[in-house]
Design a protein around this ligand. Structure first.
Ligand code: SAM
Length: 200
């Protein structure tokens, strides 16, 4: 019998559990990293919308390996025990004045990765417009806090202003594209916008 994509998605959950990651979303970042080389050892990385912490843990374990720093921010605390020594965590709205000041203190960053997503309502047009708003906020954060030549990853729900944001990224980065990792559930309408090599 053929394996459905939902079965495959379940296998990502099992693998995350086995490998000690709090969420299966880690394999989306793994695929993005393998395809686009977003981060490297020694980098200072900002993870926006980081909880429960799979992306942060992946960056710590698989990329920085003790060399570099991760600043993680979310409305909720990370569910990592222990929090790795390379990680500084902030709890709050990543785009608030207070948190942005803290992010600036620790910046600028070599890479900004954002898996931030709104609480979904089930109303697709509400959800996509909230996701679009978050994605625009991340682009602005990267305008301020990403180093020249830095790389950016942003989650967005398809159907919102994805094309307009991509067009904007093409004016700010040497390369910008969309990537939908295989680890995304087949019924999910999320995708990722990637900006590579930020202009000076
Ligand atoms: C899909 S989860 C991220 C999963 C994470 N990448 C991981 O691998 O564990 C999306 C997160 O975005 C966060 N989020 C949404 N809006 C935010 C905001 N304004 N500031 C900070 N975090 C936000 C949510 O609290 C939620 O934890």
């Amino acid at each position: 019998m053929a394996t459905s994509r939902r079965d495959k998605a379940d296998s990502y959950t099992q693998r995350a559990h086995k490998e000690g990651y709090p969420a299966r979303s880690v394999y989306k970042l793994e695929e993005i990293q393998q395809s686009c080389r977003i981060m490297k050892p020694g980098d200072k990385v900002l993870d926006v919308g980081a909880a429960p912490g799979s992306w942060t843990l992946y960056v710590h374990r698989q990329i920085l390996k003790g060399k570099g720093d991760i600043v993680s921010v979310d409305l909720n605390p990370l569910n990592l025990n222990p929090v790795p020594p390379t990680v500084t965590m902030f709890v709050g709205d990543a785009f608030s004045k207070e948190i942005r000041a803290k992010l600036t203190e620790r910046g600028p960053y070599d890479a900004i990765i954002s898996d931030a997503a709104p609480m979904t309502t089930g109303n697709r047009s509400v959800d996509t417009s909230r996701s679009e708003y978050l994605a625009e906020q991340v682009v602005m954060l990267a305008d301020e806090q990403l180093k020249p030549h830095g790389n950016l990853v942003i989650k967005i729900f398809q159907g919102g202003g994805q094309e307009a944001i991509l067009k904007d990224l093409r004016t700010k980065y040497a390369k910008a594209k969309t990537l939908k990792p295989k680890a995304c559930r087949s019924d999910s309408f999320e995708t990722y916008l990637i900006g590579l090599d930020k202009n000076q």
